[in-house]
Design a protein around this ligand. Structure first.
Ligand code: NIG
Ligand code: FE
Length: 423
């Protein structure tokens, strides 16, 4: 059944608590032996504990979870899905000892993906995106933030964003689109990066906003990308355009990104692998969600994972994300990020689940409709053949939901996308 009214026989239901109520590490409530009632894509009722099915449900309205674990659909708040080619050649070079930054300095890295996106038609990008969106659903992710950032001209950034909008119109996954025109300085402006920043601020940001293509503006603050004063200008322009703000910062070097994100009241500060205590305190006070990206640290073979325990202790809200991109993190699996969050960053499985659901919802401005399954929230639901939530990070990326529902509709089953006609 594609659109059940009831999901019954839920052995355990995980309910991440909305973030506003419980900073900084809110609990995940667990209810045993319950059912969920869905109407118009939302959860409208959760049955009382100990009662696996409502007495009055007709069988044709019921999806029987047969003792499974139910969690909210996962929310991934940082992805770069608009690219053409994968970059396994660079992976091989890194295996042989070259570093990510050496490869980038030699014209590879982000710039090699830029060449691919510039040469691609919008239709080609849409086709590639649709396959990647399917994969997110199959892995349990029902909402993503998705960035442009491999175009680096007004035309190619807007083309990437239009491709995202077109793919989104044909696909059930939820998408929060972000403009990342300030990913790196394009080769044409290598000798005059400030001129490129002018174009980003004066043309690309206003156009993307006017055309209603984005919710937020992102930038990469790093040696070899953009500096602090350029970042400030880009944030000003984003604020002026009425957009949310995000930042990639403190990934390889510590650069004042945390303070900047706090000063501008950014939606999220991402990476933060090298942020110091003062920076974390600024983020906590300003209520900026820290998006942890352990996949990029792992895949680049680095050692400095964000100090997540300290980030939580100092009162910051956290989210977990894949950073899905062809260079530093080719995985789309949030369950694998939960494992890395636990093993490499000291999160508990409950914190990791919270970060991969409510944390992501907070970082994408969706904490009122995504990230938990309390009545009124979207019926974005994963069913897992698992005894409890600890089993998800324990499986080390190997656990795929038995069923995934987006706004109440079955969209994936056992790792395979289910089309609207049931195929
Ligand atoms: O988030 N930090 C900058 N950008 C990406 C990497 C993109 C790429 O290598 O293509 C990141 O890790
Ligand atoms: Fe990224």
């Amino acid at each position: 059944m594609l659109l059940p009214r009831y999901i019954t026989g839920i052995r355990r239901l995980a309910l991440p608590q909305p973030s506003a109520e419980h900073l900084p590490a809110p609990p995940v409530g667990i209810l045993n032996d319950v059912w969920i009632e869905i109407a118009d894509g939302s959860v409208i009722r959760i049955g009382p504990e100990g009662e696996p099915a409502p007495p009055d449900a007709a069988s044709e309205q019921v999806w029987d979870a047969s003792g499974m674990l139910a969690t909210p659909g996962l929310v991934d708040p940082h992805t770069h899905p608009v690219f053409v080619e994968t970059r396994q050649g660079e992976f091989v070079r890194r295996c042989r000892g070259e570093s990510y930054s050496q490869i980038a300095a030699a014209g590879g890295g982000i710039l090699s993906s830029v060449r691919g996106v510039r040469a691609a038609s919008e239709g080609k990008l849409v086709g590639l995106l649709l396959g990647r969106l399917d994969r997110f659903l199959e892995l349990g992710t029902t909402t993503i933030e998705a960035k442009s950032g491999y175009g680096l001209t007004a035309e190619d950034e807007l083309k990437s964003l239009r491709a995202l909008r077109a793919a989104s119109a044909q696909h059930p996954i939820g998408i929060s689109p972000t403009l990342l025109a300030a990913h790196v300085v394009p080769p044409e402006y290598r000798d005059d990066p400030d001129r490129y920043v002018d174009i980003v601020c004066d043309r690309i940001i206003p156009q993307a906003a006017e055309q209603g293509l984005v919710e937020a503006v992102d930038l990469f603050l790093e040696e070899g990308a953009f500096n602090l004063s350029q970042a400030q200008r880009i944030f000003e322009a984003g604020r002026q355009a009425g957009l949310g703000l995000r930042i990639h910062a403190d990934q390889f070097t510590s650069s004042g990104g945390a303070e900047l994100a706090a000063e501008f009241g950014a939606l999220s500060a991402d990476h933060m692998d090298r942020t110091d205590e003062a920076g974390i305190l600024h983020l906590a006070r300003a209520g900026v969600t820290v998006v942890l990206l352990p996949g990029a640290v792992f895949f680049l073979g680095l050692e400095d994972y964000a100090p997540a325990r300290r980030i939580i202790e100092l009162g910051c809200r956290i989210a977990l994300s894949t950073d899905f991109n062809p260079g530093s993190s080719p995985t789309q699996s949030l369950p694998l990020m939960m494992t890395l969050g636990c093993i490499k960053m000291g999160l508990t499985p409950a914190e990791a689940l919270w970060a991969a659901t409510m944390g992501g919802a907070s970082a994408t401005h969706r904490a009122d409709r995504s990230g938990t399954l309390l009545p009124g929230y979207d019926a974005d639901i994963c069913l897992w053949e698992a005894e409890d939530i600890d089993c998800i990070p324990y499986a080390c990326g190997d656990m795929i939901p038995a069923a995934v529902f987006k706004r109440g509709r079955l969209v994936a089953e056992r790792g395979r996308r289910v089309e609207p006609d049931g195929r």
